[in-house]
Design a protein around this ligand. Sequence first.
Ligand SMILES: [Zn+2]
Length: 250
Amino acid sequence: MVSKVNGIVIKETDVGETGKRIMIITREHGKMLLSVRGAKNAKSKTMAGTQLFSYSEFSLFEGKGFYSATQADVIESFYGIRSDIDRLAYGAYILELTERTAFEDLEDIGMFELLLRTLLVLSKDSMDSINPQMIAAVFIIRLLKESGFIGELYGCQKCGNEFLNEAYLSNDGFELICCDCAKGNETYVGSGTLKAVNYIIGCRMPAIYKFNVSDEVLKQLWIFADSLRREYLGDGYKTLDYIRNMKFSY
Ligand SMILES: [Zn+2]
């Protein structure tokens, strides 16, 4: 049976000389593993559309227990991501996070729309007011919301009191607590960061990257997103190790 599906390539693995297996994420079916024969032949109908980051329309052949892509027409290549090592590094991390978090055979419109919007922003020509680390931090926080791990954070997660101006990130790394509950050695989270986190969690998806923060807030946002990532999504991300090893690492 032949069918069509639109998806974004989030992982690729070589198979033999010219073939590969790709993982795509779709609105309707979550993650799907596809085998692609001859994807690395220059004349192949699948070469461009099955590259990492590509958003394509795939023609699928359903075999016994597997799908293969017989054609892949590029809808959006996100070329701009590949033109800059910083964007590429954070983009690869965003794909790995998606791959580890998404499920197979499960409609997930929220996660798909988040990834699509994120890659669009990351590939834009003008990157004056936004940076790839910021995009990754926003992506992680919203990904945790779309996956049901976190909701808006208006009060202390220990005593329930509303945050006035500031909060602290608990030492186990994933609770936001008030100054009364903090013992003094926790990570400070200022009001700007609190506001940004609640904006990221609560805003409509199309507006998610439409805000700016100071360098100080960005630093806190990254620490916050990274602690939550470790707590809910685990460790062992090759792409994150790569970012940490880059010479301009933060
Ligand atoms: Zn408290």
